[in-house]
Design a protein around this ligand. Sequence first.
Ligand code: FAD
Length: 386
Amino acid sequence: MSETAEVVIIGGGIVGSSVAWHLTYAGCRDVLVLERESQQGLGSTGKSMGGVRAQFATAVNIRMSLYSIPIFAAFEEITGRPSEYKSHGYMFVATAPRHLDYLRRNFELQTALGLKQVEMLSREEIIHRVPQLRSDDILGGSFCATDGFVDPYSVMKGFMASAEEHGARLRRNVTVTGIDTDSRGVAGVRTTNGSISARTVVNAAGPWAAEIARMAGVDLPIEPLRRMLVPTEPFPGLPDRLPMVIDMSTGFHFRPEGLGLLMAWNDPDETPGFKTSFDPAFIEKILTHAVNRVPCFEDLQVNPHRAWAGLYAMTPDHHAIIGPAPEVPGLFFANGFSGHGVMHSPATGRITADLILHRSSGLLDARDLGLPRFAEGRLLEETAVL
Ligand SMILES: Cc1cc2nc3c(=O)[nH]c(=O)nc-3n(C[C@H](O)[C@H](O)[C@H](O)COP(=O)(O)OP(=O)(O)OC[C@H]3O[C@@H](n4cnc5c(N)ncnc54)[C@H](O)[C@@H]3O)c2cc1C
Protein backbone atom coordinates (compact mmCIF):
# COMPACT_ATOMS: atom_id res chain seq x y z
CA MET A 1 0.00 0.00 0.00
CA SER A 2 1.43 3.39 -0.96
CA GLU A 3 -1.08 6.09 -0.40
CA THR A 4 -1.47 9.77 0.30
CA ALA A 5 -3.92 11.71 2.41
CA GLU A 6 -4.22 15.34 3.39
CA VAL A 7 -4.68 14.35 7.02
CA VAL A 8 -3.94 11.01 8.69
CA ILE A 9 -5.56 10.38 12.07
CA ILE A 10 -3.98 7.68 14.22
CA GLY A 11 -6.70 6.00 16.28
CA GLY A 12 -10.37 5.40 15.47
CA GLY A 13 -11.83 5.92 18.97
CA ILE A 14 -14.30 8.67 19.81
CA VAL A 15 -11.65 11.40 19.55
CA GLY A 16 -10.24 10.31 16.17
CA SER A 17 -13.82 9.96 14.90
CA SER A 18 -14.78 13.45 16.08
CA VAL A 19 -11.64 14.99 14.56
CA ALA A 20 -12.47 13.24 11.26
CA TRP A 21 -16.05 14.52 11.38
CA HIS A 22 -15.08 18.10 12.22
CA LEU A 23 -12.48 18.14 9.43
CA THR A 24 -14.90 16.86 6.79
CA TYR A 25 -17.64 19.16 8.10
CA ALA A 26 -15.21 22.08 7.62
CA GLY A 27 -14.59 20.97 4.03
CA CYS A 28 -11.32 19.01 4.45
CA ARG A 29 -12.41 15.69 2.96
CA ASP A 30 -9.17 13.82 2.27
CA VAL A 31 -8.97 12.35 5.75
CA LEU A 32 -7.68 8.85 6.51
CA VAL A 33 -8.27 7.27 9.93
CA LEU A 34 -6.02 4.36 10.88
CA GLU A 35 -7.18 1.92 13.56
CA ARG A 36 -5.09 -1.08 14.52
CA GLU A 37 -7.97 -3.15 15.86
CA SER A 38 -10.45 -5.06 13.68
CA GLN A 39 -13.21 -2.80 14.97
CA GLN A 40 -13.60 0.62 16.56
CA GLY A 41 -14.16 1.13 20.27
CA LEU A 42 -11.76 -1.44 21.72
CA GLY A 43 -9.67 1.28 23.40
CA SER A 44 -10.95 3.52 26.20
CA THR A 45 -14.08 4.59 24.33
CA GLY A 46 -15.79 1.22 24.67
CA LYS A 47 -14.96 1.09 28.40
CA SER A 48 -16.28 4.52 29.34
CA MET A 49 -19.06 5.42 31.77
CA GLY A 50 -20.41 7.91 29.22
CA GLY A 51 -20.81 10.75 31.70
CA VAL A 52 -21.02 14.28 30.27
CA ARG A 53 -20.95 17.42 32.39
CA ALA A 54 -20.23 21.10 32.32
CA GLN A 55 -19.69 21.25 36.09
CA PHE A 56 -15.93 21.77 36.02
CA ALA A 57 -13.58 24.07 37.92
CA THR A 58 -11.57 25.55 35.05
CA ALA A 59 -12.71 27.84 32.25
CA VAL A 60 -11.15 25.68 29.58
CA ASN A 61 -13.00 22.52 30.64
CA ILE A 62 -16.27 24.43 31.06
CA ARG A 63 -15.92 25.96 27.59
CA MET A 64 -15.23 22.56 26.06
CA SER A 65 -18.40 21.19 27.66
CA LEU A 66 -20.47 24.22 26.61
CA TYR A 67 -19.60 23.35 23.01
CA SER A 68 -19.87 19.57 23.41
CA ILE A 69 -23.15 19.05 25.26
CA PRO A 70 -25.34 20.82 22.66
CA ILE A 71 -23.66 18.64 20.01
CA PHE A 72 -24.72 15.51 21.92
CA ALA A 73 -28.24 16.95 22.29
CA ALA A 74 -28.52 17.67 18.55
CA PHE A 75 -26.44 14.68 17.44
CA GLU A 76 -29.18 12.96 15.45
CA GLU A 77 -29.96 16.16 13.54
CA ILE A 78 -26.26 16.75 12.87
CA THR A 79 -25.01 13.27 12.03
CA GLY A 80 -28.23 11.31 11.39
CA ARG A 81 -27.35 8.90 14.23
CA PRO A 82 -28.28 8.71 17.92
CA SER A 83 -25.97 9.74 20.77
CA GLU A 84 -28.36 8.36 23.44
CA TYR A 85 -27.87 11.62 25.34
CA LYS A 86 -29.86 11.51 28.59
CA SER A 87 -30.02 14.82 30.43
CA HIS A 88 -30.50 13.41 33.92
CA GLY A 89 -27.96 15.84 35.38
CA TYR A 90 -24.96 15.44 37.67
CA MET A 91 -25.59 16.02 41.37
CA PHE A 92 -22.48 16.76 43.47
CA VAL A 93 -23.07 16.10 47.17
CA ALA A 94 -20.82 17.93 49.67
CA THR A 95 -20.28 16.91 53.27
CA ALA A 96 -17.29 19.17 54.03
CA PRO A 97 -17.33 23.01 54.05
CA ARG A 98 -14.32 23.09 51.71
CA HIS A 99 -16.19 20.98 49.16
CA LEU A 100 -19.24 23.24 49.36
CA ASP A 101 -17.00 26.31 48.91
CA TYR A 102 -15.42 24.60 45.93
CA LEU A 103 -18.84 23.95 44.36
CA ARG A 104 -19.87 27.57 44.99
CA ARG A 105 -16.70 28.90 43.33
CA ASN A 106 -17.27 26.58 40.39
CA PHE A 107 -20.91 27.68 40.17
CA GLU A 108 -19.81 31.33 39.93
CA LEU A 109 -17.34 30.55 37.16
CA GLN A 110 -19.76 28.27 35.29
CA THR A 111 -22.57 30.83 35.31
CA ALA A 112 -20.16 33.65 34.37
CA LEU A 113 -19.18 31.58 31.32
CA GLY A 114 -22.81 31.21 30.30
CA LEU A 115 -23.95 27.91 31.85
CA LYS A 116 -27.58 28.57 32.70
CA GLN A 117 -28.82 25.28 34.11
CA VAL A 118 -26.44 24.86 37.05
CA GLU A 119 -27.84 25.48 40.53
CA MET A 120 -26.68 25.18 44.12
CA LEU A 121 -28.78 22.79 46.19
CA SER A 122 -29.61 22.78 49.90
CA ARG A 123 -29.44 19.59 51.93
CA GLU A 124 -33.25 19.37 51.73
CA GLU A 125 -33.25 19.73 47.95
CA ILE A 126 -30.70 16.94 47.66
CA ILE A 127 -32.78 14.62 49.82
CA HIS A 128 -35.87 15.56 47.83
CA ARG A 129 -34.13 14.52 44.60
CA VAL A 130 -32.67 11.27 45.95
CA PRO A 131 -34.37 10.31 49.24
CA GLN A 132 -32.29 7.12 49.54
CA LEU A 133 -29.10 9.07 50.39
CA ARG A 134 -27.82 9.01 53.99
CA SER A 135 -28.06 12.71 54.73
CA ASP A 136 -26.97 13.37 58.34
CA ASP A 137 -23.63 14.86 57.17
CA ILE A 138 -24.76 16.45 53.88
CA LEU A 139 -24.20 20.23 53.77
CA GLY A 140 -25.45 20.94 50.24
CA GLY A 141 -24.44 20.42 46.67
CA SER A 142 -24.85 21.43 43.06
CA PHE A 143 -26.85 20.15 40.13
CA CYS A 144 -26.84 20.85 36.41
CA ALA A 145 -29.80 19.61 34.39
CA THR A 146 -27.97 19.50 31.05
CA ASP A 147 -25.26 17.22 32.42
CA GLY A 148 -25.97 13.52 31.96
CA PHE A 149 -24.79 10.55 29.92
CA VAL A 150 -24.33 9.45 26.32
CA ASP A 151 -23.55 6.14 24.70
CA PRO A 152 -19.86 6.58 23.74
CA TYR A 153 -19.98 3.77 21.19
CA SER A 154 -22.95 5.35 19.37
CA VAL A 155 -21.29 8.79 19.35
CA MET A 156 -18.04 7.32 17.99
CA LYS A 157 -19.87 5.35 15.27
CA GLY A 158 -22.08 8.33 14.43
CA PHE A 159 -19.17 10.72 14.01
CA MET A 160 -17.26 8.22 11.87
CA ALA A 161 -20.17 7.15 9.66
CA SER A 162 -21.08 10.78 9.00
CA ALA A 163 -17.43 11.66 8.31
CA GLU A 164 -17.23 8.74 5.85
CA GLU A 165 -20.31 10.03 4.06
CA HIS A 166 -18.39 13.28 3.57
CA GLY A 167 -15.24 11.70 2.21
CA ALA A 168 -13.23 10.41 5.18
CA ARG A 169 -11.83 6.87 4.99
CA LEU A 170 -11.46 4.45 7.91
CA ARG A 171 -8.88 1.63 7.70
CA ARG A 172 -9.07 -1.04 10.38
CA ASN A 173 -6.38 -3.66 11.11
CA VAL A 174 -3.68 -1.10 10.32
CA THR A 175 -1.10 -0.36 13.02
CA VAL A 176 1.03 2.77 12.77
CA THR A 177 4.64 1.78 13.43
CA GLY A 178 6.51 5.00 12.62
CA ILE A 179 6.21 8.65 11.71
CA ASP A 180 8.37 9.97 8.87
CA THR A 181 9.68 13.52 8.90
CA ASP A 182 11.73 15.64 6.51
CA SER A 183 12.98 19.23 6.52
CA ARG A 184 9.39 20.53 6.31
CA GLY A 185 8.10 18.46 9.22
CA VAL A 186 5.80 15.44 9.05
CA ALA A 187 6.04 13.56 5.76
CA GLY A 188 3.84 10.56 6.52
CA VAL A 189 3.39 7.41 8.58
CA ARG A 190 4.68 3.88 8.32
CA THR A 191 2.18 1.13 9.00
CA THR A 192 1.87 -2.64 9.02
CA ASN A 193 0.32 -2.20 5.54
CA GLY A 194 2.95 0.10 4.08
CA SER A 195 3.65 3.84 4.05
CA ILE A 196 1.22 6.70 3.71
CA SER A 197 2.32 10.20 2.72
CA ALA A 198 0.67 13.01 4.64
CA ARG A 199 1.76 16.49 5.71
CA THR A 200 -0.66 16.49 8.65
CA VAL A 201 -0.90 13.68 11.21
CA VAL A 202 -3.17 13.68 14.27
CA ASN A 203 -2.29 11.56 17.27
CA ALA A 204 -5.64 10.27 18.60
CA ALA A 205 -4.23 7.08 20.09
CA GLY A 206 -5.82 7.40 23.55
CA PRO A 207 -3.75 5.81 26.33
CA TRP A 208 -1.13 4.80 23.74
CA ALA A 209 -0.50 8.42 22.72
CA ALA A 210 2.97 8.69 24.28
CA GLU A 211 4.14 5.72 22.18
CA ILE A 212 2.95 7.47 19.00
CA ALA A 213 4.58 10.78 20.03
CA ARG A 214 7.89 8.96 20.62
CA MET A 215 7.81 7.86 16.96
CA ALA A 216 8.32 11.55 16.13
CA GLY A 217 10.83 12.11 18.93
CA VAL A 218 8.36 13.93 21.19
CA ASP A 219 8.03 13.25 24.90
CA LEU A 220 4.31 13.42 25.70
CA PRO A 221 3.56 13.41 29.45
CA ILE A 222 0.69 10.92 29.37
CA GLU A 223 0.35 7.87 31.58
CA PRO A 224 -2.27 5.12 31.41
CA LEU A 225 -4.20 4.60 34.65
CA ARG A 226 -6.61 1.74 35.24
CA ARG A 227 -10.20 2.61 36.01
CA MET A 228 -12.82 0.05 37.04
CA LEU A 229 -16.61 0.12 36.70
CA VAL A 230 -19.16 -2.10 38.42
CA PRO A 231 -22.65 -2.57 36.97
CA THR A 232 -25.39 -3.94 39.21
CA GLU A 233 -28.36 -6.19 38.65
CA PRO A 234 -31.79 -4.46 38.39
CA PHE A 235 -32.50 -2.35 41.47
CA PRO A 236 -36.05 -0.97 41.65
CA GLY A 237 -37.26 1.89 43.83
CA LEU A 238 -34.85 4.66 42.88
CA PRO A 239 -36.19 7.95 41.45
CA ASP A 240 -37.03 8.22 37.74
CA ARG A 241 -34.38 10.24 35.92
CA LEU A 242 -31.84 9.47 38.64
CA PRO A 243 -28.84 11.77 38.00
CA MET A 244 -25.16 10.90 38.24
CA VAL A 245 -24.72 11.24 42.01
CA ILE A 246 -21.24 12.09 43.30
CA ASP A 247 -20.45 11.65 46.98
CA MET A 248 -17.61 14.14 47.35
CA SER A 249 -16.56 12.69 50.72
CA THR A 250 -15.22 9.55 48.99
CA GLY A 251 -15.49 10.15 45.25
CA PHE A 252 -17.98 7.28 44.94
CA HIS A 253 -20.46 7.96 42.14
CA PHE A 254 -23.23 6.12 40.37
CA ARG A 255 -25.77 6.53 37.62
CA PRO A 256 -28.64 4.49 36.25
CA GLU A 257 -27.78 1.84 33.65
CA GLY A 258 -30.68 -0.17 32.28
CA LEU A 259 -32.75 -1.33 35.25
CA GLY A 260 -29.71 -1.25 37.55
CA LEU A 261 -26.80 1.07 38.23
CA LEU A 262 -23.28 1.69 37.04
CA MET A 263 -20.91 2.46 39.94
CA ALA A 264 -17.45 4.04 39.91
CA TRP A 265 -14.83 5.05 42.41
CA ASN A 266 -11.35 6.42 41.95
CA ASP A 267 -9.13 4.01 43.91
CA PRO A 268 -6.25 6.12 45.31
CA ASP A 269 -4.06 3.00 45.47
CA GLU A 270 -4.18 2.48 41.70
CA THR A 271 -0.78 2.90 40.01
CA PRO A 272 -0.02 3.84 36.38
CA GLY A 273 0.42 1.08 33.80
CA PHE A 274 -1.32 -0.78 31.02
CA LYS A 275 -3.46 -2.89 33.36
CA THR A 276 -6.83 -3.78 31.92
CA SER A 277 -7.94 -6.77 33.96
CA PHE A 278 -10.71 -6.23 36.51
CA ASP A 279 -9.60 -6.82 40.10
CA PRO A 280 -12.43 -8.63 41.98
CA ALA A 281 -11.18 -7.09 45.28
CA PHE A 282 -12.44 -3.76 43.96
CA ILE A 283 -16.05 -4.85 44.45
CA GLU A 284 -15.83 -4.96 48.21
CA LYS A 285 -14.11 -1.58 48.30
CA ILE A 286 -16.69 0.14 46.13
CA LEU A 287 -19.63 -1.50 47.91
CA THR A 288 -18.34 -0.18 51.24
CA HIS A 289 -18.53 3.38 49.89
CA ALA A 290 -21.85 2.68 48.20
CA VAL A 291 -23.58 1.39 51.34
CA ASN A 292 -22.04 4.16 53.44
CA ARG A 293 -23.81 6.82 51.34
CA VAL A 294 -26.91 4.85 50.25
CA PRO A 295 -27.81 2.37 53.01
CA CYS A 296 -30.35 0.47 50.86
CA PHE A 297 -27.47 -0.44 48.50
CA GLU A 298 -26.80 -3.21 51.03
CA ASP A 299 -29.27 -5.14 48.86
CA LEU A 300 -27.45 -4.46 45.58
CA GLN A 301 -26.60 -7.57 43.56
CA VAL A 302 -23.32 -7.46 41.67
CA ASN A 303 -21.97 -10.02 39.23
CA PRO A 304 -18.14 -9.70 39.13
CA HIS A 305 -18.10 -11.17 35.61
CA ARG A 306 -20.00 -8.17 34.27
CA ALA A 307 -17.58 -5.62 35.80
CA TRP A 308 -14.77 -4.23 33.67
CA ALA A 309 -11.62 -2.12 33.61
CA GLY A 310 -10.23 0.35 31.10
CA LEU A 311 -7.57 3.02 30.90
CA TYR A 312 -7.62 6.73 31.59
CA ALA A 313 -4.91 8.73 29.78
CA MET A 314 -3.60 10.99 32.55
CA THR A 315 -1.62 14.22 32.17
CA PRO A 316 0.18 16.02 35.01
CA ASP A 317 -2.56 18.70 35.28
CA HIS A 318 -5.50 16.45 34.36
CA HIS A 319 -6.29 18.48 31.25
CA ALA A 320 -6.08 17.34 27.66
CA ILE A 321 -3.12 18.08 25.42
CA ILE A 322 -4.51 19.48 22.19
CA GLY A 323 -2.59 21.24 19.46
CA PRO A 324 0.56 21.17 17.35
CA ALA A 325 3.84 19.53 18.35
CA PRO A 326 6.10 22.59 18.65
CA GLU A 327 9.12 20.93 17.04
CA VAL A 328 7.45 18.72 14.45
CA PRO A 329 5.38 20.82 12.02
CA GLY A 330 2.30 18.94 10.87
CA LEU A 331 1.96 16.71 13.95
CA PHE A 332 -1.05 17.42 16.17
CA PHE A 333 -2.05 15.98 19.54
CA ALA A 334 -5.59 15.21 20.69
CA ASN A 335 -4.66 13.30 23.81
CA GLY A 336 -4.54 12.99 27.59
CA PHE A 337 -8.20 13.52 28.49
CA SER A 338 -7.71 12.30 32.05
CA GLY A 339 -11.18 10.75 32.14
CA HIS A 340 -13.07 13.35 30.07
CA GLY A 341 -12.43 12.26 26.49
CA VAL A 342 -15.97 11.19 25.73
CA MET A 343 -17.62 14.34 27.00
CA HIS A 344 -14.99 16.57 25.39
CA SER A 345 -14.74 14.69 22.09
CA PRO A 346 -16.87 17.21 20.16
CA ALA A 347 -14.85 20.21 21.40
CA THR A 348 -11.59 18.36 20.74
CA GLY A 349 -12.64 17.63 17.17
CA ARG A 350 -13.59 21.25 16.65
CA ILE A 351 -10.40 22.69 18.17
CA THR A 352 -8.15 20.25 16.31
CA ALA A 353 -9.85 20.91 12.98
CA ASP A 354 -9.64 24.67 13.62
CA LEU A 355 -5.92 24.45 14.40
CA ILE A 356 -5.18 22.31 11.35
CA LEU A 357 -7.17 24.48 8.97
CA HIS A 358 -6.82 27.96 10.51
CA ARG A 359 -3.97 27.76 13.07
CA SER A 360 -6.23 29.07 15.84
CA SER A 361 -9.58 28.05 17.27
CA GLY A 362 -12.74 30.12 17.51
CA LEU A 363 -13.79 28.02 20.50
CA LEU A 364 -11.08 28.97 22.98
CA ASP A 365 -7.45 30.03 23.20
CA ALA A 366 -5.93 26.67 22.31
CA ARG A 367 -2.53 27.66 23.66
CA ASP A 368 -3.94 26.86 27.11
CA LEU A 369 -4.15 23.19 26.06
CA GLY A 370 -0.87 23.02 24.15
CA LEU A 371 2.06 20.80 25.07
CA PRO A 372 4.40 23.77 25.79
CA ARG A 373 2.41 24.61 28.93
CA PHE A 374 4.30 21.93 30.87
CA ALA A 375 7.77 23.23 29.98
CA GLU A 376 6.59 26.81 30.55
CA GLY A 377 4.97 26.08 33.92
CA ARG A 378 1.46 27.12 32.77
CA LEU A 379 -0.34 24.10 34.21
CA LEU A 380 -4.14 24.08 34.53
CA GLU A 381 -5.36 22.60 37.78
CA GLU A 382 -8.70 20.76 37.75
CA THR A 383 -9.26 19.30 41.17
CA ALA A 384 -12.48 17.39 40.50
CA VAL A 385 -11.28 14.41 38.49
CA LEU A 386 -13.89 11.69 38.33
C1 FAD B 1 -13.69 3.00 33.00
C2 FAD B 1 -13.67 4.31 32.27
C3 FAD B 1 -14.69 5.23 32.48
C4 FAD B 1 -14.69 6.45 31.81
N1 FAD B 1 -15.73 7.30 32.00
C5 FAD B 1 -15.77 8.46 31.29
C6 FAD B 1 -16.89 9.32 31.41
O1 FAD B 1 -17.82 9.07 32.16
N2 FAD B 1 -16.90 10.45 30.64
C7 FAD B 1 -15.88 10.77 29.78
O2 FAD B 1 -15.95 11.80 29.13
N3 FAD B 1 -14.81 9.96 29.66
C8 FAD B 1 -14.73 8.83 30.39
N4 FAD B 1 -13.67 8.00 30.26
C9 FAD B 1 -12.54 8.42 29.42
C10 FAD B 1 -12.86 8.19 27.96
O3 FAD B 1 -13.28 6.87 27.77
C11 FAD B 1 -11.60 8.49 27.13
O4 FAD B 1 -11.09 9.75 27.48
C12 FAD B 1 -11.95 8.48 25.64
O5 FAD B 1 -12.60 7.30 25.27
C13 FAD B 1 -10.68 8.66 24.83
O6 FAD B 1 -10.98 8.43 23.49
P1 FAD B 1 -9.82 8.26 22.45
O7 FAD B 1 -10.46 8.16 21.11
O8 FAD B 1 -8.82 9.32 22.68
O9 FAD B 1 -9.09 6.92 22.87
P2 FAD B 1 -9.43 5.39 22.56
O10 FAD B 1 -10.88 5.12 22.60
O11 FAD B 1 -8.55 4.58 23.44
O12 FAD B 1 -8.99 5.24 21.05
C14 FAD B 1 -7.63 5.19 20.67
C15 FAD B 1 -7.52 4.25 19.52
O13 FAD B 1 -6.19 4.30 19.00
C16 FAD B 1 -5.89 3.01 18.53
N5 FAD B 1 -4.43 2.92 18.41
C17 FAD B 1 -3.51 2.99 19.41
N6 FAD B 1 -2.27 2.85 18.92
C18 FAD B 1 -2.39 2.70 17.56
C19 FAD B 1 -1.47 2.52 16.50
N7 FAD B 1 -0.15 2.45 16.71
N8 FAD B 1 -1.95 2.42 15.22
C20 FAD B 1 -3.29 2.50 14.98
N9 FAD B 1 -4.21 2.65 15.96
C21 FAD B 1 -3.77 2.76 17.24
C22 FAD B 1 -6.47 2.10 19.58
O14 FAD B 1 -6.67 0.79 19.11
C23 FAD B 1 -7.77 2.81 19.93
O15 FAD B 1 -8.88 2.31 19.22
C24 FAD B 1 -13.63 6.75 30.90
C25 FAD B 1 -12.61 5.85 30.69
C26 FAD B 1 -12.63 4.63 31.35
C27 FAD B 1 -11.53 3.64 31.10
